[in-house]
Write a protein that binds this ligand. Sequence first.
Ligand code: DQA
Length: 147
Amino acid sequence: MPHFLVLNGPNLNRLGKREPAVYGSKTLTDLETDLFHFAERASIQLTFFQSNHEGDLVDALHEAEDQYDGVVFNPGAFTHYSYALRDAIASISLPVIEVHISNVHKREEFRHHSVLAPVCQGQIVGLGLEGYKLAIRYLVSEEGAVS
Ligand code: DQA
């Protein structure tokens, strides 16, 4: 059974309370519960981790290499400036899909650039929480090559 890490970065523990007009009203627990049921129906195993700390996310990526078949990663604001996360992604051989709930391109200029995108397999932007499911679907697809 494929096993993926769903990794969420800073402030995503505030989902549901944080800027609901941008991120919606569902909490991180709602998201994880929904993804768990979605994955269960498709015989996919998911592990969830959220941290507000860059080093914890670096550690989670390093440890992912031996434990999972891929990573679905919403790096929050670290997307835009964390070379440490970029190097961590580049250091592992797993496919990492970058997910953003909001359409970062419609928002402030600083959100338009991702320093992580060049080392990720792909990026899903602006499709709300559905983006996480799309990333998982990709990872189990023929193209994603995890079976
Ligand atoms: C985000 C977009 C980032 O710019 C922001 O800092 C976040 C959330 C998103 O999911 O839309 O924390 O990654």
